[in-house]
Design a protein around this ligand. Structure first.
Ligand SMILES: C[S@@+](CC[C@H](N)C(=O)[O-])C[C@H]1O[C@@H](n2cnc3c(N)ncnc32)[C@H](O)[C@@H]1O
Length: 494
């Protein structure tokens, strides 16, 4: 008789835990623990990460099965899971005593001007999540997690942003749906209700510089993950002549990514556009200031693009902030500026199709999507959503998928998937490619091809028109065996 699902899962956990364990032993890396000597991140090579993820995913499913249907509904969604963490972060408890010493509930209570009883209750709750420990009655000691909170300020900013901006919005999302059904407005959200404001979150936060700064730091901490590295577009986008041309980074913030692009390609010129208050007082690094290699320009992306004829218009983490109503407007404002062969390059999350990733990984991506709904009435988009968004602006935009192959690339893209990011690339095609593309069935874009098939099959289009003058292609990788997928998509004009 084949083993039951729960035994299969337990076996997976054992086998893959042993692989991780052997690697750690060979490399002389301490085994994971909650002790303060444990480093905040378990850095593993890609091959061992596969085992790490297998253990986490199998544990996730096994826990749900072992709890049973009724208990798992509540036990897997404890509504209080953020309460003690929010208290620890907001009251500065992690920093109230050094990780190398211990403290007491009463000393911590005094340091945070709270009652000893409340601090004891909150910390004992947190301890069930391995945040702090009580080595002997009344004595509080750090664990690896509380120490990480104390010693990595940006992690504290991220926890603060999640617990004090996202979590309250999450609790009011359904209220917002009931109050403003089908709204696409950024000021009719769970966030609006949670903070009793009629301003969109970004505008509302601008009134509270400390909170706005906390969000900016939290975002830059998230952005420091490997999946968000600009190297993905530097290495994977087919830059061609654009490497010597002009790139406009639309909503490019203070130019951090454009600076990397400009330093990578010695002849490219970059213009970074953002709202005046964002770029005010920001200076261009000396090495890029000469010859106008990088310039900052105030520009509202809801107004017509003023830089005409650039080779690439780059939208990095822009469109996911906006519902379709507004995202289409941002794209529409670019169209009059697009010269023949210009490309629109988009770096965004591409939501996986259902059941392609493990539930554990898919949950991560879906969390991003729901968060965007809670705070902006915006969304993360899947491949079809992306195609439809561009088609809604101009049917001449073409969307296609180019399945690529090769272990190295697949491993790399898995790493990107784990970090919930993908890159959408917009580029142009030649006539022959267009003819082939038009003959393909759009639904093929949803197929999960084997690596061998992927090597043969170049791309599939979702939109085509006999008189098309604007077109594009795409790159996507898929690893059917592992159920991982990540996409790089292109659109373009010509
Ligand atoms: C999520 S951030 C992305 C920043 C940058 N592209 C990056 O990847 O780091 C969104 C950016 O859009 C900018 N933004 C918001 N509304 C804008 C508008 N109407 N016109 C131009 N930029 C805007 C914000 O100031 C912010 O820098």
């Amino acid at each position: 008789m084949p083993p039951t699902r729960i035994v299969q899962l337990a076996t997976t956990i054992l086998e893959h835990t042993q692989k991780v364990d052997s690697y750690l032993a060979v490399e002389n890396i301490p085994t994971p623990s909650f002790e303060i000597s444990c480093p905040p991140r378990l850095a593993l090579p890609a091959s061992i990460q596969e085992s790490q993820h297998a253990v986490v995913e199998a544990s996730d499913e096994l826990m749900a099965l072992m709890l049973g249907p009724a208990a798992s509904l509540t036990a897997l969604h404890p509504h209080n899971s953020w309460t003690s963490l929010q208290a620890i972060q907001r009251l500065g408890i992690a920093n109230s005593f050094s990780p190398s010493t211990t403290s007491t509930f009463s000393a911590i209570a005094q340091a945070c001007s709270q009652s000893e009883s409340d601090i004891r209750r909150l910390l004992r709750h947190a301890m069930t999540y391995f945040i702090f420990q009580e080595p002997s009655p009344g004595i509080v000691a750090h664990t690896a997690s509380s120490k990480a909170l104390a010693e990595i300020p940006q992690l504290g900013q991220l926890v603060g942003f999640m617990s004090s901006e996202l979590w309250p919005s999450a609790t009011r999302l359904v209220d917002a749906l009931e109050k403003w059904p089908q709204s696409e407005e950024p000021n009719e959200t769970g966030y609006s209700i949670a903070y009793s404001t009629d301003k969109p979150m970004f505008e509302f936060l601008a009134q509270y510089p400390e909170r706005a700064q906390r969000m900016a730091k939290a975002m830059s901490f998230m952005n420091s993950g490997p999946g968000y590295s600009p190297r993905h577009i530097l290495e994977n986008f087919d830059w061609g002549d654009a490497a010597n041309g002009l790139l406009v980074d639309v909503g490019g913030g203070q130019g951090i990514v454009a600076i990397e692009i400009a330093r990578h390609f010695p002849r490219i010129k970059c213009i970074v556009q953002d709202l005046p208050e964002v770029i005010e007082g920001v200076s261009v690094p000396d090495d890029l200031a000469k010859d106008g290699r990088l310039m900052l320009m105030p520009h509202d992306f809801f107004q017509e693009q003023v830089v005409k004829g650039a080779d690439v218009y780059y939208l990095r983490w822009i469109l996911h902030d906006w519902s379709d109503k507004y995202a289409t407007e941002i794209i529409r404002q670019l169209v009059p500026a697009l010269k023949r062969g210009a490309r629109i390059l988009v770096s965004e999350l591409c939501l996986p199709d259902p059941c392609v990733l493990s539930r554990y990984k898919e949950r991560h991506a879906r969390n991003f999507d729901i968060s965007m709904k809670q705070i902006q009435n915006s969304k993360e988009r899947d491949a079809t959503d992306w195609a439809q968004l561009f088609a809604a602006v101009d049917m001449r935009f073409q969307f296609g998928v180019n399945w690529t192959q090769g272990k190295a690339r697949i491993i790399k893209t898995i790493a990107m998937a784990l970090n919930s990011t993908a890159t959408a690339l917009l580029r142009s095609e030649d006539e022959a490619a267009l003819a082939t593309k038009n003959s393909e069935d759009a639904t093929h874009a949803r197929e999960y091809l084997s690596e061998e098939e992927a090597a043969r099959k170049q791309w599939v289009s979702l939109n085509s028109s006999g008189t098309t003058t604007v077109r594009g292609d795409g790159i996507s990788t898929v690893n059917p065996g592992k159920g991982e997928t990540i996409m790089m998509k292109t659109f373009s004009t010509e």
